[in-house]
Design a protein around this ligand. Sequence first.
Ligand SMILES: NC(=O)c1ccc[n+]([C@@H]2O[C@H](COP(=O)([O-])OP(=O)(O)OC[C@H]3O[C@@H](n4cnc5c(N)ncnc54)[C@H](OP(=O)(O)O)[C@@H]3O)[C@@H](O)[C@H]2O)c1
Length: 322
Amino acid sequence: MLALTVADGNLVPDTVPDPEPGPEEVLIEVAAAGVNRADLLQVAGHYPPPAGAPAWPGLEVAGTIVAVGGDDNSSLVGTEVCALLPGGGYAELVTVDAGLVLPRPEGVELVEAAALPEAAATVHSNLSYLISPIVEEFSPKVLLHGGAGGIGTFALQYAKRILGAEVWTTARAQFTEDLEALGADRVLDYREDDFAAEMRAAGGARAVLDHIGAANLEDNLKALGVDGQLNIIGLQKGRTAEIDLGTLLAKRQKITGTTLRSRPIEQRRQIVGEVFERVWPVVDDGLIKPVVGTRLPLKQAAEAHSIMQAGGHLGKIVLTAA
Ligand SMILES: NC(=O)c1ccc[n+]([C@@H]2O[C@H](COP(=O)([O-])OP(=O)(O)OC[C@H]3O[C@@H](n4cnc5c(N)ncnc54)[C@H](OP(=O)(O)O)[C@@H]3O)[C@@H](O)[C@H]2O)c1
């Protein structure tokens, strides 16, 4: 089969053996693969795939189940699905643990479903702790950095439609109207505006979702209100920073960090199961939609990576089989 493998820091079309599903796995014929920043890091040699995963990138796909490894899942053959992967999505076929598979949501085109698993699992696993407090707390403020990105466009909709939060986000000003349509109440320009001062003046955020890391740390803590939690999912602008721990104590703040791919398989299955229970009904109802800004054929994966690297895109980038 065709796969986009990594050679000397580049993505190249290659012919590799067809994968075969293990006992708890299904084999998916890939219709589309979502592009993620981790794929760019992997190609650059900074994020090796975990043991047992294919050597080529691709953390999420949509497609059709064409074979299963054990009798238990035989009824799934022919089903249109999307799936969270430890890698290997940039290919014509991929095997995946059956517990990491989700049905294609109603009303979502199969190719666009490839944009959902990584964003849904990342956002839900980082923000679902807000679901129960929000029942008691009317419309708390959440600050979501990078609202125009693949994670951000999903997170805005999740925060508005599932958490019922007052949603603030940072992005390029050119995307303000798009992000308001997705659920943003305030869109701040990350290059111009002082998000920490603005959020403080408004009473402080209950939660911040951040992928910038060190460069935002001090301002994120200033933006957080009492009992607020900073959830770090990326380190795009640095991994080392100094903070005044006194504010954590005085405001009872928390800082957490996670990466989805490095979680044990049981946790990833649990997250995907919760996404199916809590998030998929909202997607089925059309209240959360994948935002796919760019589609390119799989063979143009290197171009897709250049687009993501350059920035300035809206939503997810997906690679299509045809
Ligand atoms: N920990 C996890 O489990 C996990 C899982 C998935 C993704 N992630 C991380 O989440 C991040 C977002 O992923 P993605 O797929 O959404 O990438 P993406 O589509 O490239 O989106 C990133 C967004 O951040 C914006 N941005 C750049 N600098 C910013 C700044 N200083 N402040 C606020 N926003 C800024 C970008 O805007 P411009 O277009 O203007 O550059 C872009 O809209 C990445 O760092 C990724 O590695 C983590």
